[in-house]
Design a binder for this molecule. Structure first.
Ligand code: 9YT
Length: 132
């Protein structure tokens, strides 16, 4: 059994910051835990707009604090997100995540992240096989 507490993750290699400063992700479970998914406690900073396109992963996001919206790029559709909203990117949807306030979201990725990835220019994470 794996037990981890937030204060054991902060300021370790399990705490990752986006290179553009838009978010911080605390990765409770990652690929090396062999669970088949990764689990993150992520903060999206207020006033940010982040391009996301997970070509190699599916992701579920459960918002527990704050509010914002998902703007789907290939559809004329905006999904409001606030505490209590879950959305799942089951079709690798390309989108912007806009944070109106600071948002705290719980994210699950399949396949799991290795743990230290930050977004690439196109909003994706690499497949583990191509080097993270
Ligand atoms: C919703 C989303 O994917 N935000 C970017 C950070 C990501 N959740 C992560 O790596 O924890």
């Amino acid at each position: 059994m794996i037990v981890r507490k937030l204060n054991e993750i902060i300021e370790t290699e399990r705490e990752v910051f986006a290179s553009n400063g838009n978010w911080r992700s605390r990765r409770f479970l990652s690929e090396s835990d062999r669970m088949g998914f990764s689990l993150h406690d992520t903060t999206i900073f207020a006033g940010t707009k982040t391009l996301i396109h997970y070509k190699h992963h599916v992701e579920a996001v459960y918002c527990v604090e704050g509010s914002g919206q998902v703007e789907l790029i290939d559809e004329d559709r905006v999904i409001p997100v606030s505490a209590g909203t879950m959305y799942a990117l089951n079709q690798h949807e390309k989108h912007y995540l806009v944070a109106n306030t600071e948002m705290r979201i719980i994210c699950v990725f399949n396949p799991p992240l290795s743990g230290t990835e930050v977004h690439r220019e196109d909003g994706s994470y690499a497949e583990l096989a191509d080097g993270g």
